[in-house]
Design a protein around this ligand. Structure first.
Ligand code: SAM
Ligand code: CA
Length: 221
C-alpha cells in the first residue's frame, strides 16, 4: 500500500519494460533507429505508448489528432490501435524526422490511416476547426513545443466530442515544475497549464507520473 506513486529505479524500470511492453517488431526497430538521433529522448516511453493504445481502444476512438510527431512512434501506436476506418491527423513541422515516421507507418501498414500535416500545428488545428471539425474527434495527444501547449489544448478541446480524451505529455517536465528556482518559457507554460486544468470545469482530469508526466483529461458532456 502506498499513498504515493512509486519511483522507478533502473531495475524496476527494466522489470516494467520486461512484463508490460509488447512492442511489435516495427515499433522495436523504430525505437532502435530513433535512438541514434540526438533528440531521441523526445520519443515517448513504450509503457506510455501501451497505455495510450489501451485508452484509444477503450473509448472506441475513430478520429484522432496528434500534435508533435517526431519519428512517429506515438502516431504509430495510436494508428495501430484504431479500427480499419480510423484516422489520425498528425501535426509536425519537421520534414526530416517525419520522413522516418512515414517509412515506419508504411512498413506497419497504417500509412493510409495517418494524415500528416507539415505546418505549425496551430494553423493546422485552426484549419480543421474552420472546416467544421469541432466536436468530431475522439482522442488527442499533445506533445510539441511547450510554449504553445495552452493554444493546442484550447483548440483540441473544441475538436473533441463530449466524452473525448486529450492526453498531454511532459507535464512534470523532469521535475522542474516543482522547483521554484526554475523559470523559462517551457516550464512556465507547463506550470500554467497544469494549474489551469486543475480548475477547468470543462473536463475531468487525471495527471499520471508515467514517462515525464502525462495528463489525461475527458471532455465533459
Ligand atoms: N510524440 C513524439 C514521439 O513520441 O515520438 C515526440 C514529439 S517531439 C517531443 C515534438 C515534436 O513537435 C517535434 O517533432 C517537433 O518538430 C514538433 N514541433 C515543434 N514545434 C511545432 C509546431 N509549432 N507545430 C507542429 N509541430 C511542432
Ligand atoms: Ca514528449
Amino acid at each position: 500500500m502506498s499513498s504515493r506513486s512509486i519511483g522507478l529505479n533502473e531495475r524496476l524500470g527494466e522489470y516494467l519494460f520486461s512484463v508490460a511492453v509488447r512492442d511489435s517488431d516495427v515499433l522495436q526497430r523504430l525505437r532502435q533507429e530513433t535512438a541514434k538521433e540526438k533528440a531521441a529522448r523526445m520519443q515517448i516511453s513504450p509503457e506510455q505508448g501501451a497505455f495510450m493504445a489501451v485508452l484509444v481502444k477503450a473509448i472506441g476512438a475513430r478520429r484522432c489528432v496528434e500534435v508533435g510527431v517526431f519519428t512517429g512512434y506515438s502516431s504509430l501506436v495510436v494508428a495501430q490501435a484504431l479500427p480499419a476506418d480510423g484516422r489520425l491527423i498528425a501535426c509536425d513541422i519537421n520534414e526530416q524526422w517525419t520522413s522516418v515516421a512515414r517509412r515506419y507507418w508504411q512498413e506497419a501498414g497504417v500509412a493510409h490511416k495517418i494524415d500528416l500535416r507539415l505546418a505549425p500545428a496551430i494553423e493546422t488545428l485552426d484549419g480543421v476547426l474552420r472546416q467544421g471539425g469541432a466536436g468530431t474527434f475522439d482522442f488527442a495527444f499533445i506533445d510539441a513545443d511547450k510554449a504553445n501547449y495552452d493554444a493546442y489544448y484550447e483548440r483540441v478541446l473544441k475538436l473533441l466530442r463530449p466524452g473525448g480524451i486529450v492526453t498531454i505529455d511532459n507535464v512534470l517536465w523532469g521535475g522542474s515544475v516543482a522547483d521554484p528556482t526554475k523559470s523559462d518559457p517551457d516550464v512556465d507554460a507547463i506550470r500554467a497549464l497544469n494549474s489551469k486544468l486543475r480548475h477547468d470545469d470543462r473536463i475531468d482530469v487525471s495527471m499520471l507520473p508515467v514517462g515525464d508526466g502525462l495528463t489525461v483529461a475527458r471532455k465533459r458532456e
